[in-house]
Structure formats: C-alpha cells, structure tokens
Design a protein around this ligand. Structure first.
Ligand SMILES: Nc1ncnc2c1ncn2[C@@H]1O[C@H](COP(=O)(O)OP(=O)(O)O)[C@@H](O)[C@H]1O
Ligand SMILES: [Mg+2]
Length: 224
C-alpha cells in the first residue's frame, strides 16, 4: 500500500503540490486534471523518481526518501513517451536490460524476457531495432520492460496520449489485463470508467476523490 502524508512539492519558488494525504490501496486508480495541475509530479513521487519537499511517501512501509531503490522495485513507472524508456537498440536486449541490472541469473532473464515478449505479441520482432516499432508497439515494449521487473504496482503517466485510436485500445487492454495494481494518469476518460477510484487534481490539490461514475462527470463539468 502507498501512504502519502502531508506531501507538498515545490520547484524553487513554485509550489505544485499542496498538503496531500492519501492511502492508495485500490486495484485501479485514475489521476485526472488540467495541464499543469501536478499530475506528473504526483506520479513521480510514488516510486521515488522524485522525493517530496514536504511530507512522506511510504510504500509498504518503505520511505521513498530513504529507501528509493527498494521502492522502485515495488513500483514500476511507464512514461508518456516510450522513447524515454527504451534504452537499448534491439527489442529483446532492451527488455533484458532492467533484469540484468537486477543481477538475475541468465536463464531467469531469458524466461522473463520471453514471457513478456509473447504476452504483448512482440515475439516476432524480438530481434528488430526498437526504433522501427510502431508507437503502440513501443509503448507495449515499455510496459513489457516494466512488467518483467515484477513490480507490485505500475504507475502510468499518460500512456496513450501519443497513440492513435487502435493503439490506445491495445494499451487500454494491456492495462486492463495486468495482475498488478495500476495508477494511471490519463485524459482518456473512457479508459478510466471501470476503475475503482478517480483522483481529480486542480492546482496541486485533490479536489475530487470518488468512484468514476461520480468523479468523471464532475471533472468534465469542472473543465467546461
Ligand atoms: N522540473 C521542474 N522544474 C520546474 N517546474 C516544474 C518541473 N516539473 C514540473 N514543473 C511545473 O510544475 C507544475 C506541475 O507540473 P506537472 O506535475 O508536470 O503537471 P501535469 O502533469 O498535471 O501537467 C507545472 O506548472 C510545471 O511547469
Ligand atoms: Mg503530466
């Protein structure tokens, strides 16, 4: 479980998150809000990519400020742009990269890489240059790379924003099919309808925290 206590964040003089206290336990949690409302900053706090200037974030009791490495094993992160996530030129090598960093034995790396490639229909392109994949395939590869690390929770920051409709659907299905818990920042409200909880951000605060049936219409009304 992720416990957020009196968290605030500022970049220099600019305060972007204000006194958030939340327990994130649900299987599917959505984060919505206007541009600049603090969603990405919030998302990055959840796995210690960013440490808050005030307050604490704990994952299963581990403080992101002190135990960043351990937290990043529990909480995976998928960026909006998969080009920021894909580090090696060949698909299969890219997938294996994170696992090598974990120091796993070779056969375990091969097993997990193979499983992740098959799961997302990337097996046929395992030996291809990653830059030749379509946008949707790249995002699937990025998700596969995170999934291969076997985190308990995966945070997605606008995973479908750069994709066309067909690829948006593939990513939505991939998220839907995850056994892991997921926290998803998105403007794609259709994707969020079946979620357990929606957090609506405005100016660094959570102004609505409710089920999608209540929170999404309220958010749409707020933005219009
Ligand atoms: N590294 C940074 N340095 C300075 N300001 C930042 C930085 N990252 C984000 N901001 C500012 O913080 C505010 C919130 O940004 P962000 O969390 O990215 O919002 P969102 O994802 O909701 O669009 C914005 O005004 C943005 O310009
Ligand atoms: Mg953002």
């Amino acid at each position: 479980m992720i416990e957020i206590r009196h968290v605030g964040h500022a970049f220099g003089e600019r305060t972007v998150l204000r006194d958030l206290s939340l327990d994130l336990t649900e299987r599917r949690i959505a984060v919505v809000g206007g541009n600049g409302s603090g969603k990405s900053t919030f998302a990055r706090l959840l796995n210690g990519l960013l440490v808050p200037t005030r307050g604490t974030v704990r994952v299963d009791g581990l403080d992101t400020r002190r135990d960043g490495r351990a937290v990043r094993r529990k909480v995976g992160f998928v960026f909006q742009n998969p080009d920021n996530q894909i580090v090696l030129p060949v698909v299969a090598e890219d997938l294996a990269f994170g696992l090598k960093n974990l120091g796993l034995p070779k056969d375990e790396i091969a097993r997990r890489t193979d499983e992740a490639l098959r799961r997302y229909g990337l097996h046929d392109v395992a030996d291809h240059p990653a830059h030749l994949l379509s946008g949707g395939q790249k995002q699937l590869l990025a998700i596969a790379g995170v999934l291969a690390m076997a985190p308990d929770v995966i945070v997605f920051d606008e995973p479908t924003t750069l994709l066309d409709l067909r690829n948006k659907r593939r990513i939505a299905q991939a998220i839907d099919g995850l056994a892991q818990r997921a926290i998803v920042v998105s403007h794609d409200l259709d994707l969020l309808e079946a979620f357990d909880r929606v957090l609506v951000f405005e100016d660094g605060r959570v102004v609505i925290d409710d089920k999608p049936a209540v929170a999404l219409p309220a958010y749409v009304a707020m933005m219009s």
